[in-house]
Write a protein of this length. Structure first.
Lengths: 171, 171
DNA sequence: CAATATAGTTCTAAAATTGAACTGTCAAAT
DNA sequence: ATTTGACAGTTCAATTTTAGAACTATATTG
């Protein structure tokens, strides 16, 4: 499967993965949330090759996750800042950090603590139901096909002998 | 940077990315949450090459995200099911889906809807502060070094001439 | 006995990533 | 006036990963 195909899958998770689902992109986004804005900043913070960094930044701009804005003329220089679409990735970032905090810390404890400005306390992120406010767990959630679901495959038309070139990516 | 180095970074996000931060692994995990358990099931649902699938499943088992359990003798067959550590990835999955639902849907709408058993309603996942229950956004959160933080680099010891083989990955 | 199902392994070709050097503009230092 | 350094990339060969296809192995079904 090519990676641009991912974004056309009828699956929101696959589409998201098509945009941010690779290792360097996720690390670049971490830096964005830690207020890194410039090429050299990303490069020296991450040790990514300049080639890949340029490539990934270009893609994130194309996708509307980052905006490239000039911060000086002559020589023209730009910085990369999160758009609203990019800022909306925050829950994903926090979920990743929290899982690491829960399952991947060593004896020394957490590398970072998070303080919530509004209440002034150190906190963990909790994912809750928008309707009832209760914390979510996989077992309490049922999925239903939505309006954008792939139409159910007609079982009768599935010829066992046919060798499809690539199989579906969505359940 | 090698990928096993990621897991030793003093950054919970980098460590998490080291475990689940590649495209196929994320898609495999999506299938796990949709109740796929067997090799052929993953393969035909995803169209992943058998080689990579075997490799990724092995890694997820090694990391304690999946458990490999026999479901028949002769020929010995196993299925892959989520451990608690794996189930704890649920908020990450939901955050990915929700971002896609918000920013990547086409005219037809969402591919999947989610029903919360407890309250019976279709919902969106919302990330809130564990202490005050308010929804979180990047601007309201401040980070502090935790007990497992990398000790601050002594500025004086940074020799500009020294060419470090690989730069730090953590801010 | 041949075909099918399941869960892999092995191999080669193609694609992505690394590492290192190179380009170009401008400001500051010698 | 010339060299040095900061910044933001680009280019290219070598290595690593992934894709695609075929093959192995065990047991059941027709």
């Amino acid at each position: 499967m090519k990676w641009d195909e991912l974004e056309e899958e009828p699956c929101s998770m696959a589409r998201t993965i098509g945009v941010i689902g690779d290792r360097w992109t996720l690390l670049i986004l971490r830096e964005c949330f830690l207020r890194t804005r410039r090429f050299e900043g990303f490069q020296s913070a991450l040790g990514i090759t300049r080639h890949l960094l340029a490539e990934r930044l270009k893609k994130l701009v194309r996708q509307g996750v980052l905006r490239r804005i000039p911060y000086q003329e002559s020589p023209k220089r730009h910085e990369y800042i999160l758009t609203q679409k990019g800022l909306d990735l925050y829950p994903i970032m926090m979920a990743l950090v929290h899982w690491g905090d829960t399952h991947m810390v060593d004896e020394r404890g957490r590398p970072l603590l998070h303080e919530h400005r509004k209440c002034g306390k150190m906190f963990d992120p909790v994912m809750v139901c928008s309707e009832c406010g209760e914390p979510l767990s996989a077992k309490e959630v049922h999925v239903h096909p939505g309006p954008g679901a792939r139409p159910a495959l007609a079982k009768a038309s599935l010829d066992k002998k046919a060798k499809p070139k690539s199989r579906r990516v969505t359940a």
